[in-house]
Design a protein around this ligand. Structure first.
Ligand code: NAD
Length: 502
């Protein structure tokens, strides 16, 4: 076996040969600085594989490859329809290998295998196919101006795009970023999160198989402070698209100013879910559970603040605790009945437990969980019991800060005005949900919540056809849908004089 490939046997018995290099200019290569990343299985804390980690020099090479591909005729001269065709082919190859990709995702990240396979991989292929369809439907407009003149616009690809993604949905986030960029005709350097470097390497093999010209998509695993920073500060990168923490998002924004890069940021959240006393009570409780506890609570849009009308608050707390106890089955992510796997890393596990201490010390009531879950993995692994706090005040840290774990605060409100005030009492503005059977109230409240997305009588709906993004400290710009495509295009105005004489 070459030193840039490793043979693995996954916990579900699947045999996988995984490339471990950086994918630059159509080849897997060794990192120049000798740095590596060792991926840890969060279920039992064992080492899975060691992969190459990019230095600043490697990032330079990847950007140069993307630039050469962007300027090269092989990519530029493809018809838009053929560009879409390559994307359809890539989606087909992913679908054919979805069990292997889902296995790697679960092994590396800890999310239940059924979620990786049936939700995340479906999201990946769906998103790529959606944007493949857009590739030959991109066009500007014609604008009559004054006299014998008119103008038209050209929609042109922004250029070389750096895409920095997080660990909570490694493949899905890659697809959200690659889909619109490729449809627009951009070339890409993608940097996965250092916590989850594996699935994307398997995916990278499929890029060449699909027939993409060399350098159009480059994948550089690496550390945020080195490889990520090198991308954000690179003078030959035209756009940066980032998903991750608000702190890093702000850092990237400052760094990207060096050559005034176009930026799209999708950062954190502390999303509210409002339950009015006229809601379908059982449905609201079930959705509230899904809204915070799925994906181990590691969702930027997780509805982590559940605000419930005073008159039904006590009853809701009891119902919610019952659902958590019966539905949030913590366990081995490769088991079919597991709802909640381990947190992704020791750091995240400790972070969540730290917030438990914060909640207790500030006077909130720990109503459920809040401790390590030790019934799997012989005490190993980053498992936490789903955690519910009640008697929470808006001044408390657990009401204000993003925990990013299976951790929810239940807060009561008197009336609609107080509900909206509490919902908006946050520096974030990503997701939000309103539960009410009163159609006028539901829409009225939806329009008043400061957030990029509102779910009415639902939670966590995300669809590649619909724009996704935040306001306030939750980000800039939109991904997905037509808006996501346009964030990789720039509009050039061409003014035409049809005969106006001086
Ligand atoms: P992070 O923001 O540090 O990392 C996200 C990505 O940014 C990774 O690929 C990382 O390598 C890269 N990065 C880090 N520092 C960088 C820099 N200076 N320049 C360029 N790139 C850089 O997030 P994290 O440390 O993995 O998680 C911390 C917190 O972020 C979590 O607890 C959670 O609150 C939040 N988070 C949010 C999302 C989301 O989807 N919005 C996803 C993951 C984490």
């Amino acid at each position: 076996m070459s030193d840039l490939k490793v043979n693995l046997t996954a916990p579900n018995g699947r045999k996988i040969t995984l490339p471990t290099g950086l994918y630059i200019n159509g080849e897997f290569v060794k990192a120049t600085g000798g740095q590596t990343i060792t991926s840890i299985n969060p279920t039992d804390e064992s080492e899975i594989a060691t992969v190459q980690a990019a230095s600043v020099e490697d990032v330079d090479k990847a950007v140069a490859a993307a630039r050469a591909a962007f300027n090269g005729s092989e990519w530029r001269d493809l018809t838009n329809t053929d560009r879409g065709g390559l994307m359809y082919k890539l989606a087909d190859l992913i679908e054919a290998e979805k069990e292997t990709l889902a296995t790697l995702e679960t092994w590396d990240n800890g999310k239940p295998y059924q979620v990786s396979l049936n939700e995340d991989l479906a999201e990946v292929t769906g998103t790529l196919r959606y944007y493949a369809g857009w590739a030959d439907k991109i066009h500007g407009s014609t604008i009559p101006t004054t006299g014998a003149k008119f103008a038209y616009t050209l929609k042109q690809p922004i250029g070389v795009c750096a895409q920095i993604i997080p660990w909570n949905y490694p493949l899905a986030m890659a697809a959200w970023k690659l889909g619109p960029a490729l449809a627009a005709g951009c070339c890409v350097v993608l940097k996965p999160a250092e916590q989850t470097p594996l699935s994307i390497l398997y995916f990278a093999q499929l890029i060449e198989k699909a027939g993409f010209p060399k350098g159009v998509i480059n994948v550089v695993n690496g550390y945020g402070k080195e490889a990520g920073h090198a991308l954000a500060s690179h003078l030959d990168v035209d756009k940066i698209a980032f998903t991750g923490s608000t702190v890093t998002g702000k850092q990237i924004m400052r760094t990207a100013a060096v050559n005034m890069k176009n930026i799209t940021l999708e950062t954190g959240g502390k999303s509210p879910l409002l339950v009015f006393d006229d809601a379908d009570f059982e449905q609201a409780a079930k959705w509230a559970h899904i809204g915070i506890m799925s994906n181990q609570g590691q969702i930027c849009t997780a509805t982590s603040r559940v605000l419930v009308q005073e008159s039904i608050y006590d009853k809701f707390v009891e119902e919610f605790k019952k659902i958590v106890a019966s539905t949030s089955i913590v366990g081995d992510p490769f088991k079919d009945d597991t709802f909640q796997g381990p947190q992704v890393t020791k750091a995240q596990y400790e972070r969540v437990l730290g917030f438990v201490e914060s909640g207790k010390s500030e006077g909130a009531t720990l109503a459920h969980g809040g401790v390590p879950y030790t019934k799997v993995g012989e005490g190993k692994g980053y498992f936490i019991e789903p955690t519910v706090f009640t008697d929470v005040k808006s001044s408390m840290t657990i009401f204000r800060e993003e925990v990013f774990g299976p951790f929810v605060v239940l807060v009561s409100f008197k009336d609609e005005a107080e509900a909206i005030k509490l919902a908006n009492d946050t520096t974030y503005g990503l997701g939000s949900a309103v539960f009410s059977q009163n159609i006028e109230r539901a829409h009225r409240v939806a329009s008043k919540i400061e957030a990029g997305m509102v779910w009415i009588n639902s939670s966590q709906d995300s669809d590649f056809r619909v724009p996704f993004g935040g306001v306030k400290n939750s980000g800039i710009g939109r991904e997905l849908g037509e808006a996501g495509l346009h964030s990789y295009l720039q509009e050039k105005a061409v003014h035409v004089n049809m005969g106006t004489k001086l």
